[in-house]
Write a protein that binds this ligand. Structure first.
Ligand SMILES: [Zn+2]
Length: 83
């Protein structure tokens, strides 16, 4: 079901690598702090940079944000005050 996307990245030793994530996998790995890349050429493990994270996010299809700072809704739900 999930749409996985290939991303091209370069390890700290400049080996080109391809990683594959769905948006959900990416976000959950990111949230748990477990998002690390592994280079198959030099066996290096490293975390993504902020730029990479931002670049990845742009490429995932947009989904309703459950974790992002939500924009205020138009006030149709939630509070009902009776006076
Ligand atoms: Zn490498």
């Amino acid at each position: 079901m999930s749409d996985r996307i290939d991303f091209e990245i370069a390890c700290p030793n400049n080996h080109d690598q391809t990683v594959t994530f769905s948006g959900e996998e990416f976000e959950s790995a990111l949230k748990s702090g477990a998002l690390m890349f592994h280079c198959t050429a030099c066996d290096r493990v490293w975390p993504p940079t902020r730029e990479e994270i931002a670049g990845f996010r742009k490429q995932f299809p947009k989904k309703p944000a459950s974790s992002a700072l939500a924009e205020p809704s138009d006030g149709l739900s939630g509070r009902v005050t009776k006076s």
